[in-house]
Design a protein around this ligand. Sequence first.
Ligand SMILES: [Zn+2]
Length: 85
Amino acid sequence: MREYLWFWAAKGLVEIGIALGILMLIGLVVLAVSIPMLIRQSRCSHSKVTETRSCDAICVDCGKNLGFIGTWRKAVATNQRGGDE
Ligand SMILES: [Zn+2]
């Protein structure tokens, strides 16, 4: 009887281990996909953007959401003015 219980306890532990392993694999895949994207987004100058229906500025090159289009335009105008002086 005791061996029977141990079998189920061990089975439960193995299943928890497998579940954790799968979660870790998913996490690694997400990291592997998102890290190159983050590097690309950090190197991108976001010079071209497209406006979404919700008035967000999305970078054409890297796909990063740069926030409200009006704020982005104001920031670009400020940068251009600063560069000319
Ligand atoms: Zn970009």
